[in-house]
Design a protein around this ligand. Structure first.
Ligand SMILES: [Ca+2]
Length: 201
């Protein structure tokens, strides 16, 4: 008696499940690390980035694709900068973590500039999707005129600059004061350093 009264309900439930399955939209596309592609823009100095108010950007770009190689649009992702050493820090309103949403063709592009990279030091860049690391660019470093990452260029930065000078003439300077990456410190590097003087970020 009881089971027969449940039968119509069970049938109705099965019907609802079936219609839901038939009417269900396609499963949301999930970016696949194997088919998606990621790139880090090269700097003028290779893995050594220089950020000043008038020069220096770092672009992390790529295309998200699902396991079948189909572009995944409208998907959120973030790019994280992992600071490994020294004073590297966000400048002013900048950030070491930036987010984007992939375009319809799966592409995305995130730009870091001088407001995001004060100080100097080594860092890795990681692309994170759904909390999972999808790409890692390791072994990079950056420098700026604001060597102590205080938000402005002052006497402490000049002191750090001086500490990076070569111990003997002709020897290479510390990498973080060789702003134009030519292996020596001269007036050209100081001119780049001076771009940060008077600029508060
Ligand atoms: Ca130089």
């Amino acid at each position: 008696m009881r089971s027969s009264s449940l039968r119509p309900v069970a049938g109705l439930f099965a019907g609802l499940v079936l219609s839901a399955l038939v009417a269900a939209p396609a499963v949301a596309q999930v970016p696949d690390p194997g088919t998606s592609s990621f790139a880090l823009s090269p700097s003028a100095c290779g893995a050594h980035y220089v950020f000043t108010p008038v020069m220096g950007t770092m672009i992390v770009s790529g295309t998200l694709r699902d396991v079948d190689g189909v572009a995944v649009g409208g998907h959120p992702l973030s790019v994280e900068i992992r600071v490994l050493s020294h004073t590297l820090a966000p400048c002013g309103f900048g950030s070491h973590s930036k987010s984007a949403v992939s375009h319809n063709d799966g592409s995305f592009s995130i730009v870091f500039d001088w407001r995001d990279m004060a100080g100097y030091g080594d860092f890795d860049v990681e692309v994170v999707i759904n909390g999972i690391p999808y790409a890692l660019f390791a072994g990079h470093r950056s420098t700026s005129p604001d060597l102590d990452a205080s938000g402005q260029v002052g006497v402490i930065d000049v002191g750090i600059l001086a500490s990076g000078l070569p111990p003997v003439p002709g020897a290479p300077p510390a990498w973080y004061i060789d702003y134009n990456c030519d292996g020596r410190f001269d007036v050209l590097d100081f001119a780049i350093f001076a771009q940060g003087i008077g600029v508060i970020c």
